[in-house]
Design a protein around this ligand. Structure first.
Ligand SMILES: [Zn+2]
Length: 303
């Protein structure tokens, strides 16, 4: 039975068809990092409701398709630049960081590498230490190499253990330094870009599977919620050992985010996979007389 974890996917933007396809492809668990929404938020209440969705409705919705949903909490770097709002969001974060299923503080770090981004990144590194959670770092798309190095410098300055930090959105230019410094190196596989599955295979061939993690970062943009299983299939086809596939598309994410004490393999191995008779706050995923699916753990094998 193939099992995958997609440790970076923005499921609030995806459909129930995506959930069905993901489960069918072997994805058993997902992590949804708190991020921006394409449109800047103007009120702290929008953040509060979004954070509540991540630990509430979306977690429930995933469960209705046999996928265990976790999330990370944080103020993203883009919106850190709205300082008065960012200050209010910081006051919300400790409460949400302690909720069930929250496995890290993230995704935090730099976007344009402004002073405000630096300030709120540092505050959130301190928060992660206080609440004893791993950190998920979003590295900038512009000036990536410099931004990645700086993210790690600052994490070290705040004495955050690199073994508790996942540096995301790596490429060939950043991976060596991230691994050499003892951080976890995550890779986002976007369709029709430089960082496709083929290049991921080459990176695993070159660097091996230790501390390397594959994700889709699928959101409302052109992205692929099946990027993790597709990359795993390509790795096998290209002769990468099965154990290396397992580490990079399943176990490494579980190991580092499991440091939170909130993520355990038994969450998906022992729980009933799907029970669509359930409701959350009186709401269900079913529409207009659809028949609920109910499956026990033994029904999970579909591959
Ligand atoms: Zn993201």
């Amino acid at each position: 039975m193939e099992m995958y974890i997609d440790p970076h996917i923005h499921l609030v933007s995806r459909t129930t068809d995506d959930y069905e396809a993901m489960r069918k492809a072997g994805i058993v668990a997902t992590i949804e990092p708190a991020f921006w929404l394409g449109q800047p938020r103007t009120e702290v209440g929008s953040f509060k409701d979004y954070f509540s969705t991540l630990v509430g409705w979306e977690r429930f919705r995933a469960s209705q398709f046999g996928i265990v949903h976790y999330c990370t909490m944080g103020l993203n770097s883009k919106e850190a630049n709205n300082v008065p709002l960012a200050e209010q969001v910081m006051e919300l974060l400790p409460l949400f960081a302690g909720k069930e299923g929250v496995v890290a503080i993230g995704e935090i770090g730099y976007d344009d590498q402004t002073e405000a981004e630096d300030r709120f990144y540092r505050l959130q590194l301190e928060l992660a230490k206080e609440v004893n959670l791993p950190v998920l770092i979003h590295t900038p798309h512009r000036d990536k190499k410099k931004g990645t190095t700086r993210s790690m410098d600052v994490a070290e300055e705040h004495q955050v253990d690199p073994g508790w930090v996942v540096v995301d959105h790596n490429n060939e230019e950043t991976v060596k330094e991230v691994l050499d410094r003892g951080f976890w190196a995550a890779f986002t596989i976007y369709p029709h870009t430089k960082m496709g599955s083929e290049r991921m295979v080459e990176i695993v061939k070159q660097y091996g599977p230790e501390r390397i993690i594959v994700n889709s970062a699928a959101d409302w943009g052109i992205s692929d919620p099946l990027a993790v299983p597709k990359t795993a299939h390509l790795m096998r086809k290209m002769g990468i050992p099965e154990e290396h596939v397992r580490l990079t598309t399943y176990q490494n994410a579980l190991t580092v985010f499991g440091l939170s004490g909130q993520m355990d393999e038994n969450d998906w191995l022992k729980a009933p996979s799907i029970d669509q008779t359930k409701k959350l706050g009186g709401n269900s995923v079913l529409r207009g007389g659809q028949v609920p699916r109910v499956e026990g753990p033994a029904d999970r094998v579909e591959n």
